[in-house]
Structures are given as structure tokens and as C-alpha cells.
Ligand binder design. Structure first.
Ligand SMILES: C[S@@+](CC[C@H](N)C(=O)[O-])C[C@H]1O[C@@H](n2cnc3c(N)ncnc32)[C@H](O)[C@@H]1O
Length: 217
């Protein structure tokens, strides 16, 4: 591993807005940092957390938590949040699979999953972040009226997500296989992550799906 990455991995755990799932009472530490009275949005597999940071700027009255298993990526996220002086965003080094054990009190209004690894091979379908085993986790950490948003460039993952929504009898709120063909995008939809910018530069179409577990009036 390059020396710079080693330094980041060691240093990131000393940052006040970065938490590690191995810390005792990690949920309480996050609540102490953010305060517990504001609605929460989670960004899962956040990388450098472009969604959390841009949403935190748009909505100062809301809290945002970016989660990724790769500590070095959260080093960049933390630095970017600090340079914007954002106090309503925190980062958690964790496996998404562990979140229902970690979050007992934190319940999200929204989950954003942006450009997850598509895992195209049949043998790795279980690793897709919209596989039913992940949905079980999300059900526990999302408010009953909460929504899940997925952005991807990948046709197979997009089709698979729609299939899972149908099979699991979830509620589909929006799906598009070409987000930018419309000029009526919400401020949230317009945010572009590092990976999204790369895919757009390669001429790929961006897909978006929004769904929930329960029918929301
Ligand atoms: C392709 S990157 C996308 C990063 C970012 N969302 C973006 O759009 O720029 C996928 C990220 O998901 C993270 N990831 C994948 N599976 C994960 C898991 N099970 N738990 C936590 N993070 C995960 C990876 O570490 C990686 O940073």
C-alpha cells in the first residue's frame, strides 16, 4: 500500500467528524457530534461523500452521515467537509452490512446509494447494495416513511434493482434510465459524485431509482 494511503488511514481516525464502527458506543459519539433532533440522511458506500457534503450545504437544518468501509476515502470526505465548515455531516468507517447493529437510535429519512460497484457476475449478486440481504438492513435503519435513492451508470444493476423492487413488493416512486434527458431535476438529483462525473465524461447515461418499503401518502 502506498505510504500516503497508510498515513491517511491512520490519521482519519483522529478527525473529530470521523467515527469507526469498532469504537465503543459509536452511535452515541455520532449523536453527540451531530445532535439527535434533526432528520438524518445516510449516504452508503459514499467514497469521498459528494452527496453528503453537497446536501449538507443545501440543508443546514438536516444531518448527514456518509458510510464507507474504506477509511482513506473518508479522509478526503472529512477534509472536504471541514473546508466548507460543515458541522451537520459526519462520516462512519463501517461495513454497510453492520449498520443495523450500529444504529439503534439513528433512523434515516433518506438513504442515498450512488454508483455502487455493480458486481455483474452472477456469483457476486449478493454483494450488490440493493440485494434483499442489504434491504433487510435498510429496513431497520430507515424510518417507515423513508426513501431509498440509487444512482448508477450500470444497465444490469438498474434492471436488477427494478426486478428486486417488484419481487419484494416495494413501492417505486421514480425510475429513469437517462436522468439528464429531463431538465426538471431536483437539487438533490443534480448533485454529481466523483464517479458520476467520470461516467458522464465517458458518455454513459445516468440511471436513478427511488423507492420505499411502505406506501407514502
Ligand atoms: C464505486 S465507489 C462509489 C463512491 C461514491 N459513491 C461515488 O459515487 O463517487 C463504491 C464505494 O462503495 C464502498 N463500498 C462497497 N461495498 C461496501 C460495503 N459493503 N460497506 C461499506 N462500503 C462499501 C467502497 O469502499 C467504495 O468507496
Amino acid at each position: 500500500m502506498p505510504r500516503r494511503k497508510h498515513i491517511k488511514i491512520a490519521e482519519v481516525r483522529t478527525f473529530e467528524n470521523v467515527f469507526d464502527y469498532k469504537q465503543e458506543n459509536v452511535e452515541q459519539h455520532i449523536i453527540n457530534y451531530l445532535g439527535s433532533d434533526k432528520p438524518v440522511t445516510l449516504e452508503l458506500g459514499c467514497g469521498q461523500a459528494d452527496y453528503s457534503i453537497n446536501l449538507a450545504k443545501l440543508y443546514p437544518h438536516r444531518n448527514f452521515i456518509g458510510v464507507d468501509r474504506k477509511a482513506a476515502r473518508l479522509w478526503n470526505a472529512s477534509k472536504n467537509a471541514n473546508s466548507e465548515k460543515l458541522k451537520n455531516v459526519a462520516f462512519l468507517i463501517a461495513y454497510i452490512e453492520k449498520l443495523n447493529e450500529i444504529f439503534q437510535r439513528i433512523k434515516a429519512e433518506e438513504i442515498w446509494i450512488t454508483f455502487p460497484d455493480p458486481y455483474p457476475r452472477r456469483s457476486s449478486i449478493k454483494k450488490r447494495l440493493v440485494h434483499p440481504r442489504f434491504l433487510e438492513v435498510y429496513k431497520n435503519i430507515l424510518l417507515p416513511e423513508g426513501k431509498i435513492f440509487l444512482k448508477t451508470d450500470d444497465d444490469t444493476l438498474y434492471a436488477y434493482t427494478l426486478k428486486v423492487i417488484e419481487e419484494e413488493k416495494l413501492i417505486l416512486h421514480k425510475s429513469t434510465d437517462d436522468l439528464y434527458k429531463s431538465d426538471l431535476l431536483s437539487e438533490e438529483e443534480k448533485i454529481q459524485t466523483k464517479y458520476e462525473k467520470q461516467h458522464l465524461a465517458e458518455g454513459k447515461k445516468i440511471k436513478l431509482v427511488c423507492f420505499s418499503f411502505n406506501d407514502i401518502a
